[in-house]
Ligand binder design. Structure first.
Ligand SMILES: *[C@@H]1O[C@H](CO)[C@@H](O)[C@H](O)[C@H]1NC(C)=O
Ligand SMILES: *[C@@H]1O[C@H](CO)[C@@H](O)[C@H](O)[C@H]1NC(C)=O
Length: 279
């Protein structure tokens, strides 16, 4: 009897589609972990969310967000009312900077948080909502959008390695772009390596260009049409003590190209293992 019940429940789980409310909102679906969301502008909520009714106890909801290359996942929490406990260990929302919970934890929220925005460094995001047995709030409502955060005010990246691309890559970037990726090192002794496997900007002297700048504003490297970093084996490195590194991209008001894809990694290097090119 018990076995049959469990089996039925399992089959039921597989069959349940994403719960789409009549207004297009994606609610928590405890049977689908994670619920996958890829359409920019989608509103997602806890179960039963309508601003006044409580969410059920003992919930586990997971949401996975998928943008495309060159975009950042942006999650804007419009309303959060959860049970509040020390260290947010009863009911909580966790936001991860990547496709699952092995990625960096960006934030863990509980209680009544005022409109926080969680910005992922790339095109994936993952959210988990957990409620325990006691005391329920009314839950949360949030909006998933995508954008290129580096070019809309700048983005701070703390991962030890990763990828950065020009807006719309591999399609053309826009005119008058002004983008900044700040590569934040865990300690001042760290160096930052940067290299590119694709680089194409306007072929006119210094009209569209990329710079690598250290924490004191020194320009370590400028890449443009004739001085483009074409070879992915050529690695540009800051030195220990130069601190956080900004990569900036500027385009003028005419002619755009496919842009670039770059990579970074941070580390401490022993003599003899220094990357191929010092700057
Ligand atoms: C929210 O849902 C509860 C329970 O279904 C209902 O009683 C209440 O009127 C709803 N509130 C709103 C604002 O729709
Ligand atoms: C970052 O480093 C890890 C471990 O070395 C590697 O598996 C991963 O592919 C790297 N990611 C990027 C974007 O370079």
């Amino acid at each position: 009897m018990l076995f049959r019940f469990v089996l039925t429940a399992l089959i039921g789980m597989v069959a349940v589609p994403v719960v789409l409310a009549t207004d297009g909102t994606v609610a928590c679906d405890p049977s689908l972990r994670p619920v996958e969301i890829s359409e920019s502008g989608t509103v997602f909520t806890s179960l039963n969310y309508n601003g006044t009714a409580p969410y059920p106890p003992n919930q586990l909801c997971e949401y996975k967000f998928i943008g495309s290359v060159g975009q950042n996942v942006i999650l804007t929490f419009d309303d959060i009312v959860l049970e509040e406990c020390t260290d947010c260990n009863c009911d909580y929302i966790e936001v991860y900077d990547g496709p699952d919970d092995t990625s960096n934890l960006l934030t863990k929220m509980c209680g009544n948080v005022n409109t926080p925005v969680a910005l992922a460094s790339g095109a994936d995001g993952f959210v988990r909502f957990v409620s325990d047995e006691s005391t329920q709030g009314t839950g949360f409502s949030a909006t998933f959008t995508v954008g290129n955060a580096a070019c809309e005010g700048g983005v701070v990246l703390t991962e030890i390695n990763g990828t950065f691309v020009s807006p719309n890559f591999p399609l053309n970037y826009g005119n008058s772009e002004d983008c900044t990726w700040t590569l934040k090192v865990p300690e001042d002794s760290y160096r930052v390596d940067v290299w590119f496997d694709s680089f194409e900007v306007e072929d006119r002297c210094m009209s569209d260009y990329v710079k690598m700048v250290d924490s004191t504003g020194n320009v370590l490297q400028t890449w443009w049409w004739e001085e483009g970093p074409q070879d992915p084996n050529v690695i540009f490195s800051s030195r220990s003590g130069q601190g956080d590194i900004d990569i900036t991209f500027t385009s003028d008001s005419s002619v755009t190209r496919n842009g670039f894809r770059g990579y970074w990694r941070m580390g401490r290097y022993l003599p003899g293992t220094v990357p191929s090119r010092d700057i």
